[in-house]
Ligand binder design. Structure first.
Ligand code: ADP
Ligand code: ZN
Length: 730
């Protein structure tokens, strides 16, 4: 559809970000407006943000129509982004306004353009250093010279504005009046890159060929950790810049490190725009606007960067494409990897999915020829994949409540003697997963959820990992009230650290767990410190598996390789396989050959055997065959329906109504399973009942589901959530 111009006073439809079920009619303002214009419109007593969506529906009394109040001074939303929002909403069965909200998350978008006062580090020295002043300076340094407004700086550093004024007076901070939203530095695709190996250049030129064609296409770039995937896709970014188009690099939030930005800066001679939770509001708005006005060529961001108003997006890289954090699990349920493919297909862009351990979905798409596949087979330089061995826990002797086997202990001691690092991997936060009363056997559970409270000894609290509820560690059993009988059962990383301190008394031990750090930045700093040799033994959860480079790490000990094998989750085997291979890939990234030891009680389990043998293709083929036989994703389609309510009967009533009225699903051959209590049957005091919809692959499942749920009346105390292609079955 061609963009349409609405003359002043002519009716047009405006989609707002408010939870209404349709676009509303308004009169075009003085000067008229185009479809796609970002506008402010009156809604009841308020003014809300909206986008001119198209011709008026005309079903409302024209005499009563109100006028658009203001057209914002930003380029109108392009057809392609509108299409993307509509299709993404259809795919995920999300109301359009909620989808539009993702695309308008730029604070201060409606402010008139002007200059603003910003603060940078100056030349001066403070006359005396106070805590507050130190925090201001640290904040400035942490953000690597990004500009702050006074308010942002005060909030970030946790100081009053008078502290900032004081520092300005002494010349420690410099005040400037800067135009709002400056363009980003021009990036130079010809800036000297690294000399690629033969393998790497072959892959890089295949990627570049695709980009030069200027048509949609998705490529899987598969290569072991350290094979140079990043170097290779940076060449794709270069090719895209040479075409004059924009590139987006998506990373899991945790991998958005300054190390990565520095690498990009080295390749292109300038810093890219950033879009993630660690960026100041001012910078976010700048990125949003500059992307629309061609003042930003490359954006590095987390999943929501997909909804930015690019002028001419030519490439989307999804690094670590298998990472589960690409699936947003609250609010709008979407998978950024899949939405990247959708957006690219609408704007003739290329997608590069990079991973050492692709998701089975992506692997299968490559097998089926829908994606082109490029393999980097060897690690760069002398680094080779680590040797992997199982430690058969059935033949190890361990004292009660200890988890480090003698074999693992000896291997770690050897590394310590050599001055090398060891990672002990355990995917469990906190001190102990279960707290039990030795008097009555009671297990302490969350009052709001169907979950056990996890002891966090560092915080001296019990915590629910579902809802975040915490309580001080009780002194007596909440059930039988006998004091001093509560005991931890099982290990979490904190408890493992305690054991490690006893087993390796001379070693420096560091624990990396997301909950032990106040901020993402503090965590990243700790990672940096460890990478520079600040620890002998690193104890970590899942987050250490992601993209950090510890050059001196040569041994990985997986404390419980069986942990992910239990459970009914469809992706349990795949996840374990990916996680174990990634964790093992942490070892021996530079010249030193690594070793990975997996503690397991079932060394003959097919997943453990596949991990040890390194036969990736074999694993995927076997896993694919099983899923095909069961007709589950990626060979069939699924949707999860969660009905929740504070009243369990109400939740079951609605779920039962749904199962009774499932004709629209039957008509397309889809089946409904359930209702059943969800695996986590209660969260935040709401009971959760689950239905699972399964269908064959080519079925228009969303349409059928939309018809289906329209049949039932939903009370406003009940909530219905639809999760297309669920990743988790909780
Ligand atoms: P991956 O993304 O596959 O894990 P990287 O691109 O991060 O791999 O490469 C691993 C390490 O090897 C990085 O430190 C990178 O700078 C280095 N490296 C990879 N390829 C080259 C090359 N051709 N020349 C120089 N260094 C390289
Ligand atoms: Zn809870």
């Amino acid at each position: 559809m061609e963009p349409e111009f609405f003359q002043a006073g002519e009716p047009c439809a405006v989609l707002t970000t408010q939870p209404l079920d349709r676009a509303l009619d308004y009169l075009a303002p003085e000067g008229g407006c185009w479809t796609g214009a970002y506008v402010e419109v009156p809604l009841g007593p308020r003014r809300v943000l909206g986008v001119v969506w198209g011709p008026a529906a005309g079903d409302y009394d024209r005499a009563k129509l109100r006028a658009v109040q203001r057209v914002l001074d930003v380029p109108p939303m392009r057809e392609e982004l509108r299409d993307f929002i509509i299709k993404a909403a259809e795919y995920t069965l999300t109301p359009l306004p909620a989808m539009l909200r993702l695309a308008t998350r730029a604070p201060g978008l409606s402010d008139a353009p002007a200059t603003r006062r910003i603060y940078r580090l100056g030349e001066g020295e403070p006359d005396r250093m106070t805590d507050a002043r130190q925090r201001v300076l640290s904040a400035m340094q942490e953000y690597g010279g990004l500009a702050f407004t006074q308010r942002e700086l005060a909030d970030t550093a946790g100081v009053t504005t008078s502290v900032i004024k004081g520092l300005v007076k002494q010349g420690v901070l410099r005040e400037e009046d800067a135009p709002k939203d400056l363009p980003f530095q021009r990036l130079d695709p010809e800036h000297k890159g690294k000399d690629l190996t033969e393998d790497q250049s072959a892959a890089a030129s295949r990627l570049a060929d695709g980009i030069i064609r200027g048509t949609y296409g998705t490529m899987l770039l598969k290569g072991v950790t350290g094979s140079g995937k990043t170097e290779v896709y940076l060449e794709a970014v270069a090719a895209c810049l040479k075409m004059g188009r924009q590139a987006l690099v998506l990373l899991p939030e945790i991998a958005l490190t300054s190390e990565f930005l520095t690498r990009l800066e080295a390749r292109f001679g300038g810093r890219p725009a950033e879009w993630h939770s660690g960026v100041t509001m001012t910078e976010r708005r700048r990125t949003w606007k500059m992307v629309a006005e061609n003042g930003a060529q490359v954006v590095v961001g987390a999943r929501s960067a997909l909804f930015l108003p690019f002028r001419d997006l030519g490439l989307i890289v999804v690094d670590e494409e298998h990472d589960t954090s690409y699936k947003q699990e609250d609010g709008v349920l979407y998978n950024a990897r899949d939405m990247a493919v959708l957006r690219a297909s609408l704007c003739s862009a290329r997608v590069v999915l990079a991973s050492a351990t692709p998701s089975l979905e992506t692997w299968a798409n490559a097998e089926a020829g829908k994606y082109e596949r490029l393999d980097l087979t060897s690690r760069f330089g002398e680094a080779v994949m680590p040797e992997m061995r199982a430690i058969d826990m059935r033949s190890e002797t361990l004292a009660a409540s200890t988890w480090i086997s003698p074999t693992l202990r000896k291997a770690a001691l050897d590394r310590i003697a050599l001055g090398q690092q060891t990672l002990l991997f355990l995917n469990r936060r906190g001190y102990a997963p279960v707290t039990i009363c030795r008097a009555c056997g009671h297990q302490v559970a969350c009052p709001h959820c169907d979950a056990r409270m996890v002891e966090h000894r560092f915080l001296k609290r019990l915590m629910c990992h579902q809802c975040g509820e915490t309580t001080p560690m009780p002194e007596e059993c909440p059930s039988c009230h006998v004091p001093d009988k509560l005991a931890p059962v099982g290990p979490g990383v904190e408890r493992l650290a305690e054991e490690a301190a006893a087993v390796f008394p001379d070693a420096r031990i560091a624990v990396l767990s997301s909950d032990l750090f106040g901020s993402a930045r503090a965590l990243k700093e700790e990672i940096q410190r460890i990478a520079e040799g600040g620890a002998d033994i690193i104890i970590g959860t899942q987050m250490v598996a992601k993209g950090h480079n510890f050059p001196n790490l040569t041994l990985v000990g997986v404390i419980d390789a069986d942990l992910g094998l239990q459970g009914s989750d469809l992706r349990a085997a795949e996840r374990t396989f990916q996680l174990m291979r990634q964790v093992a890939g942490r070892a021996g990234r530079s010249q030193l050959r690594g070793l990975a030891l997996l503690q397991t009680f079932q060394p003959e389990h097919p997943v453990i055997r596949a991990i040890l043998s390194g036969d990736e293709e074999g694993f995927w083929q076997a896993e694919a065959a099983e899923r095909q036989a069961a007709g589950v994703p990626p060979y069939g389609r699924m949707a999860g329906i969660i009905v929740s309510s504070e009243d369990i009967n109400e939740a079951f009533d609605l779920a039962n109504q749904l199962t009774r009225s499932c004709d629209p699903l039957r008509r397309v051959g889809a089946q409904v399973f359930g209702p059943a209590p969800a695996p986590i049957a209660r969260i935040r005091g709401r009971h959760r009942v689950r239905l699972l919809v399964k269908s064959a692959k080519g079925v228009a499942l969303q349409k059928a589901i939309a018809l289906w749920v329209r049949n039932v009346r939903i009370k406003n105390t009940t909530r219905l959530t639809i999760d297309i292609d669920p990743q988790n079955f909780l």
